[in-house]
Structures are given as structure tokens and as C-alpha cells.
Design a protein. Structure first.
Length: 596
């Protein structure tokens, strides 16, 4: 059977080459279909409780895809030229079709109140010019607890513009690119940063494209050097290289036809394939040269003998490699499964091409006239090479075994010290623009990570109960004592602010009223004035979220913190309350707008 297969390959080289070219053209046509997927939320199993909770939060409170543009000044942002810049940027961001909401220092809502009414108005309808106008605006925004530290930093040196995308918007990379272009236009003397998960996704997508453009030529160069050192001949370089390049095209074409995207896990699959698949061509050529240097046989006999001898070893080597990659099918994340499947398929392609295309091309080429051993081959076969290594192993076999065991045991001690980490800061380094943006958010706006706890009472107007609000406030106060938690926000913040404004801005009234009717009245006046509840509550006040802003911490720390959130909410709110948990970490979901 093996000999019959070999005879057909050697007897019909043009058919083999033609078939390979046709299949290559078919696969190459599908490569442009491959898209880049970098949204980590999309990588999670859709039946995971965290994903279900997150989707539920998006359905009830709006899309969670949001990010912040931070503007940092050396002295103060309360200058006419800086405020004008902020206003223009807000207006330009609002013009982006995919953007649903923009909240910043000039267009955020400010609450005014008297003992008979509540008024909600825009923070800065016109840019102040005189010192008195600037002082009035400064007092207005810094005196509002829902704005201070959210769109204006407490040290007055930074301002933040929150950008929320439209529900279901997928082109986050395109939006962030346009936001970056606008931010770059307004750079100087203030420093402008763009932070948030969409910004991180945009960087990942851009990096994947750039890395592919670099990895391919670098890998080809490395393969060329290795092949030249191995064979010292043109065919010894070109043929194995050709098979791995074609197998990479076939692999990517398979991804294109099946609709598989490039992800941060799978985009290196073609590179890995080229590194692994080169070996099959080397094995075929090495055996071919061995057979060719035996006298008295024709080219056809040499090729048939080569294919017959190498078919089983090559197939077994490929199948064991494929089995290793296919083991990734047990992974929880589908991008890792995709990487394993498509790299395994690529290995099959590489082995198939090595066993068919290389012999077909060699069938059309003359036999090598003489043995041309490369420098590497001569060294390996010399006294200082493999033969010397063999003698050393024979003399010191026991020492080598004991040494290998001790070294293995020593390194095994370090296995428990391995930690799981998905923090962008760990990967990108201190000086990366994304990391710098996260640092600015932490320095001026109370953290760069957020998670949410949904309080679902299941009854209309349940959140208007003073008892419930006070329990939520107690939960917030306790959460803010935890390491890493910078601030929290919920309906309690709004109700206390409304109560103070309603009582002539008396700070003594910054508290939850005991009267349920007063709570209802305050919230009714606020919503009638066009005030937005955002994530703080549904319109029927049956449920709402506590938004927790945190400093950037490691994945392990975050997992422990979320576990504590669950336990604390149970003990604080009581088990009779229904709770659902969108407690997924929404990395740098930027800061909440004024209304959450």
C-alpha cells in the first residue's frame, strides 16, 4: 500500500503539483475572510453565570462597553482654553455614529434645589471667561458629590469624558481609533489619555496585525538559515520552506472558510505550524539524500524508496503532534480550542505536503551529482559532534540519570509557585500608553477597574424603601474599607444628594430620609427634570446596581475580592433579598457617568 502510494506520486508529479496549486488558490481566497476578535467577553462560555449576569445587566441597564478620555493638566483644568477644549471634544465624540452617550465636565447633569423644587441642568452651558464665572463653575461641579472625582478630579488637575457605545455595537476598535484621532488632535499642553476595555481591545487588535507582519518574515528567515545549515543546497532550503508556507496558507484558508477569527490565542497558529511543520520536509529530504548517494539506482526508485520508508514515521510523528494540539479541546475558552484544532489541522497539511509535493517536485529534478554535506552535518557527524556525545553518554549514563532526576525534582518545587494572571498591566509594562491611561484613572478618578453588584428586590418601587437604601449604604461603606476598593456608587448617593439640595444645600441633610414619601418625591422630581438613573436603578425601582471602583489588581486578588463581595452582600442585605450578580470584572470599564 505504501509503495503503491509512492508510485502514484512519482508517476504523476504534474498532477500532484497542479492539485496542490488549485487547493492553495482555494484556501488563499478565504484568508481575507478572517476577522480579528479581541473582545475577552466573547471568549467566555455563554452559559457561564458571570456572562449571563453581565448580559442581563446590559439588557437592564444599558451596554457595558464604555471607556474614558482623561485630560490631565500640570496646574488646573479650570481655565477657559482647557474647558473649551473639553467641550469641543465632547461634541466631536457625540458625532461618532456608534456612540450612545458622552458625559463630561461640561455636559454632565448638575442638581440644583430649593425647599420646594429640584432642578437638573447642564453643568456648563457656556464657557466661562471671567475669574468670577470660572469660580462659580468650579464651586458648582466640585460641590456636587456625583461629579467630584468622577468627571472632575478632586485635585482639580484632571477631567474625564465618559463614552458609552450603543447597545450591541461590535466595532469597538473603529470607535476607539476615531477617539484616539480626536484626542491626538487636542494634545498639548494638557496630556490626553484614553483608557478602558475598548481601548485595550483596540490595542490588542492592532498588535495582532503588526505581529503577524513581523513574525512571518522572521520565521521564514530562521527556517532558511536552519535549512541551509542542514542541507547546504538550494532544493534543501526551498522545498521544506515551500511546504510549511503552503500548509500555513491552507490552515488560514480553513479558518477563513469555517468563519474562525484570529484571537490573541490563535493568531500565532500559522507561526507555530511553520516551526513544527518544517521537520517533516527535513526528514523526507534527509532520507532522499541518503538514498540518492547509493549507486546504481534510478531517480524513480530512489523516490519510491524514500516515500515508502518515510510514510509511516512521518505519519506517526504528525499524528502524535496533532493529538497534543487536539488536547486543547478540553479548554474552557473557545479561542484555545480553536488554536489547538487549527494548528493540528495545519500539522496534517504540512505532513501531507511533505509526503506528496516534495517527492513530486524532486521527480522533475535531476539527482544531486555529489554528496554536499553542510557545515552543521559535518560537525554533527564528526568526533566533536553526535559521535562524541554518544561516547560521553555511554561513559556517564548513571551520572546523567541522577543529575536529570535531581534537576527535575528541583524545578518541580517551583510548580506550586505558578500563578494565573490576566492583568493587562503585567503584560504591557509601565510605559505603555494603555498602562499610563490606567494609572491616570487610578490617580485622579478612584480606580481603573469596576464591578457591579445587582440588588434585585423583585417588587416595584422596592428601592424607595428607606430601610433598603440604608442597608445598601451600609454595604457600600463596608466595601470601601476593603483593600483595593476606591469608591462605590448606587442610588443611595443620588438620594442623599437630592435630599441635601432639597433642603437648601444643607450638608446636614446628606443622608437617607426616613420618610418613604420624601424619597419617592425626590426621585420623582429628579426624573421629571430629565435626570438619568443610569445603572443605579431600573425605571420601576425594582432593582439597581452598586458600582464598585477599584485600583488595578491581579486576577488572583480580584477573584478573592469578588468572593468577599458575595459574602458581604449576603450578610448585609439578608438572605430574604433576591440578588443577582453581574460581578464579572469589567476591566477599566472607565468611570461611571454622573448617574452611574
Amino acid at each position: 500500500m505504501r509503495r503503491a502510494f509512492a508510485q502514484k506520486i512519482v508517476a504523476h508529479p504534474f498532477w500532484v503539483i497542479g492539485a496542490v496549486l488549485a487547493v492553495t488558490a482555494l484556501f488563499a481566497s478565504a484568508i481575507p475572510k478572517i476577522r480579528f476578535e479581541q473582545d475577552f467577553e466573547a471568549f467566555l462560555p455563554q452559559d457561564d453565570p458571570a456572562v449571563i449576569a453581565l448580559h442581563r445587566a446590559e439588557e437592564r441597564y444599558g451596554d457595558q462597553k464604555l471607556f474614558m478620555v482623561a485630560v490631565e493638566a500640570d496646574d488646573t483644568i479650570f481655565k477657559p482654553e482647557t474647558l473649551q477644549k473639553l467641550k469641543e471634544m465632547e461634541e466631536l465624540f457625540e458625532q461618532i455614529p456608534e456612540v450612545d452617550e458622552v458625559r463630561g465636565p461640561t455636559n454632565s447633569q448638575v442638581i440644583y434645589g430649593t425647599e420646594t423644587a429640584i432642578t437638573v441642568a447642564t453643568a456648563l452651558p457656556e464657557i466661562p471667561q471671567t475669574p468670577a464665572e470660572i469660580a462659580a463653575y468650579k464651586e458648582r461641579v466640585l460641590g456636587d458629590r456625583l461629579l467630584r472625582g468622577v468627571v472632575i478630579s478632586e485635585d482639580e488637575k484632571a477631567a474625564g469624558i465618559l463614552i458609552r457605545l450603543k447597545p450591541g455595537e461590535e466595532d469597538t476598535v473603529g470607535v476607539v481609533t476615531r477617539v484616539l484621532e480626536i484626542a491626538e488632535r487636542y494634545q498639548g499642553p494638557e496630556r490626553i489619555y484614553v483608557g478602558g476595555m475598548p481601548r485595550l481591545n483596540q490595542f490588542i487588535a492592532e498588535s495582532m496585525r503588526k505581529d503577524l507582519m513581523v513574525f512571518f518574515p522572521v520565521m521564514i528567515l530562521v527556517i532558511v538559515v536552519v535549512l541551509y545549515l542542514s542541507f547546504n543546497s538550494l532544493r534543501g532550503v526551498v522545498l521544506p520552506l515551500l511546504t510549511v508556507v503552503l500548509s500555513a496558507i491552507w490552515e488560514m484558508g480553513t479558518m477563513g472558510w469555517l468563519g474562525a477569527p484570529f484571537t490573541p490565542f490563535s493568531f500565532i497558529a500559522p507561526i507555530v505550524l511553520m516551526a513544527v511543520g518544517t521537520a517533516y520536509g527535513i526528514h523526507i529530504l534527509n532520507r532522499y539524500y541518503e538514498e540518492a548517494h547509493k549507486d546504481g539506482r534510478s531517480r524513480t526508485d530512489i523516490l519510491i524508496e524514500t516515500i515508502t520508508a518515510m510514510l509511516s514515521p512521518t505519519a506517526m510523528a504528525a499524528l502524535t503532534t496533532v493529538a497534543g494540539f487536539f488536547a486543547l479541546l478540553s479548554s474552557t475558552l473557545w479561542p484555545q480550542r480553536d488554536f489547538g484544532v487549527y494548528t493540528g489541522i495545519g500539522v496534517i497539511y504540512a505532513a501531507l505536503l511533505a509526503l506528496t509535493l516534495i517527492p513530486a517536485i524532486l521527480a522533475l529534478l535531476p539527482l544531486p551529482k555529489r554528496e554536499r554535506r553542510s557545515v552543521l552535518a559535518r560537525w554533527l557527524q564528526g568526533r566533536a559532534g553526535l559521535s562524541g556525545l554518544a561516547r560521553l553518554i555511554e561513559r556517564t549514563a548513571v551520572v546523567i540519570l541522577i543529575g536529570a532526576g535531581l534537576i527535575g525534582a528541583g524545578w518541580a518545587v517551583g510548580i506550586p509557585r505558578l500563578r494565573i494572571e490576566t492583568s493587562a498591566k503585567e503584560f504591557l509594562g509601565k510605559n505603555h500608553p494603555v498602562t499610563e491611561a490606567l494609572d491616570v484613572l487610578e490617580r485622579h478618578f478612584g480606580g481603573s477597574l469596576q464591578t457591579g453588584i445587582e440588588i434585585d428586590l423583585g417588587t416595584r418601587d422596592g428601592l424607595k424603601e428607606p430601610e433598603v437604601l440604608k442597608k445598601i449604604l451600609a454595604l457600600q461603606e463596608f466595601l470601601e474599607t476593603l483593600p483595593g476598593v476606591r469608591r462605590t456608587m448606587s442610588l443611595t448617593n443620588l438620594v442623599r444628594e437630592l435630599n441635601q439640595k432639597f433642603h437648601a444645600d444643607d450638608p446636614n441633610y446628606y443622608e437617607i430620609p426616613d420618610d418613604r414619601k420624601l424619597v419617592s418625591q425626590l426621585l420623582l422630581l429628579f426624573t421629571f427634570q430629565g435626570g438619568s438613573l443610569g445603572q443605579m436603578a431600573l425605571t420601576d425601582f425594582s432593582a439597581g446596581e452598586v458600582i464598585i471602583s477599584m485600583e488595578w489588581i491581579s486576577s488572583t486578588q480580584m477573584a478573592k475580592l469578588v468572593t468577599r463581595f458575595r459574602a458581604i452582600s449576603t450578610s448585609t442585605l439578608g438572605r430574604r433579598r433576591r440578588r443577582r450578580w453581574p460581578a464579572t470584572v469589567r476591566p477599566s470599564r472607565s468611570k461611571p457617568s454622573k448617574w452611574g
